[in-house]
Design a protein around this ligand. Structure first.
Ligand SMILES: [Fe+2]
Length: 239
């Protein structure tokens, strides 16, 4: 008999990033392990959980601060789209801002991750969707059997991720948000964003001006300056 997976959003100190702990029986995986490594170890110990793997939505340090060290401590892979490998050390100044330890130069290397469907825990399938734009290696994770979507910083409850950081690209971000929109997920699908409040697909459709169909091009282009879709309403000159 398969145990039903439990999904939990974890907001580790210092408050900033939404991590997700998914457990199935005593096995678990962590998405975007933010905060101190010790805090994660305490949590896993307190719950008698056995860490199987770590997944990052992208390579910014506020989504991977504990990943390399946890991966080494538990001898498990941490997965990252290799297009974001160059961001791993680039983000250390962000950790300084939060007074978190830097990721050392000899950090445990991530395992490359691409799009597809994988079984991450017993009976738990996960779809991996490439959603570049906030960074070149952005990934969104979908659990079709449980109606849960983890978007990282591609889209937030009220907005989208910034595109002005290294490898960010507004055209790719627009394409990625179209991709999520075109998945036609049910309104009740629960959405965990990289920062801020969680939402649902219904809430995004109702209140996020970026989460509109391609046919609502004009509205979208007013916010996606320079998206380059060629509709005539894009403001490429503003780039
Ligand atoms: Fe980010």
């Amino acid at each position: 008999m398969t145990t039903k997976p439990q999904f939990e959003v974890i907001r580790m100190q210092p408050e900033n990033t939404n991590s997700v702990l998914v457990s199935c029986g005593t096995d678990c995986v962590i998405f975007d392990p933010w905060g101190h490594v010790d805090a994660w170890q305490e949590l896993l110990n307190a719950r008698h959980l056995h860490l199987v793997a770590i997944y990052a939505t992208h390579g910014h340090s506020d989504h991977i601060s504990a990943a390399p060290q946890l991966a080494a401590a538990y001898n498990v892979p941490w997965y990252l789209n290799p297009r974001d490998n160059d961001l791993i050390l680039w983000g250390n100044p962000i950790l300084d801002m939060f007074q978190l330890p830097n990721i050392p130069a000899d950090y445990t290397r991530p395992t490359p991750l691409g799009a597809g469907t994988v079984k991450i825990l017993d009976g738990l399938d996960m779809n991996i969707i490439e959603t570049a734009g906030h960074s070149a290696g952005g990934m969104t994770y979908h659990f079709p059997d449980y109606g849960i979507l983890i978007t990282g910083d591609t889209i937030f409850r009220d907005g989208v991720g910034r595109c002005d950081l290294p490898t960010g690209d507004v055209k790719q971000l627009r394409t990625s948000i179209d991709k999520i929109y075109d998945m036609n997920l049910p309104n009740e699908t629960y959405v965990v964003h990289g920062h801020g409040l969680d939402s649902t697909i219904g809430i995004l459709k109702e209140s996020n001006p970026y989460f509109v169909p391609k046919s609502a091009c004009r509205t979208k282009c007013e916010v996606f300056h320079g998206c380059g879709c060629g509709c005539g309403h894009c403001h490429d000159d503003d780039d």
